[in-house]
Design a protein around this ligand. Sequence first.
Ligand code: UFG
Length: 337
Amino acid sequence: MRVLVSGGAGYIGSHTVVALVEAGHDIVVVDDFSNAKPTVIGRLEALTGRHIPVHAFDLTDVDKTAHLFDIEEIDAVIHFAGYKAVGESVQKPLDYYENNLGSTFALVRAMQKHGVDKLVFSSSATVYGTDQAGATEDRPTFATNPYGWTKVMQEQILRDVAVADPSMRIALLRYFNPVGAHVSGTIGEDPSDIPNNLMPYIAQVAVGRREKLQVFGDDYDTPDGTGVRDYIHVVDLAAGHVAALEKLAATSEPVNTWNLGSGRGTSVLELLHAFEKAVGRELPHEIVGRRAGDVATSYADPSKANEELGWRTQKSVEEMCADTWRWQSQNPEGYPD
Ligand code: UFG
């Protein structure tokens, strides 16, 4: 298939580009580079040995998005592009609703106009709200912040689109906590600001860009008191997208929802200690108060994806840490400008 990857220069998008090329698909990337560096594209071309066509614009621009489908032949879309910082979404709700919903409107309208019927959507475990432990796909969805609501709403919009047009084939992929990097160490997660998420923060402490990790709470009802999450290696996550896309070409179901996670929980301190092993030294940290809005425990029930996609996670927490450290130590400041 010739696959349009929106947000293809971002963290998950870039790893999925590699997986798609390896699986024999052609790629077109659209990215406005608002949260990604253009230099990632050269890295992707080196890794894949392919020229990657890139269109640099904001998908909320309806005319430009429609024009893209006029000039490129596209069989399917994987839609990653979107704002994703929970805290920022509380400060700037209109930006989040406008950008995340607007890009989906423009994209789906252009798809419909051009008869493109396959869409893989980047959703999140955040749609399970405060009920994320052992989540199965049939749990009710809700959110606790504007970012989360944009995911809940985009899922609903896509379900409604599929009711109106049952020829659509849509995958809603609910990711748990993506971490890790390509084994080459040439692509990885490169937060433009202070990292919000645990793994990139630990990696920046290890490389000396941050003084110490703050562990947000050790009084949760978990084995060691710190928050438990289902970390999934980004290369496993990318493989999940390829599997979902290929399933869409073969299914008669208009809408398919799949959790992408390992089904296993790892605490903050367990992840920190696994990272320390990868680095070979202890890393400074302190216990501080809980972060507002955090749940104690989040992990997937991935059995639906395991069965229906023939996909499951392969990589261990040790590999997640080793691969993140390879990327971070080879690129201490992230991608060059
Ligand atoms: N944590 C720390 N210190 C930090 C950062 C995080 O102790 O500096 C802890 C958190 O309290 C939590 C765990 O590490 O217990 C994981 O936190 P992350 O911020 O890495 O991930 P979250 O599970 O909070 O958030 C992720 C995605 C969101 C998504 C959410 C819910 O980043 O997009 O899962 O599914 F909404």
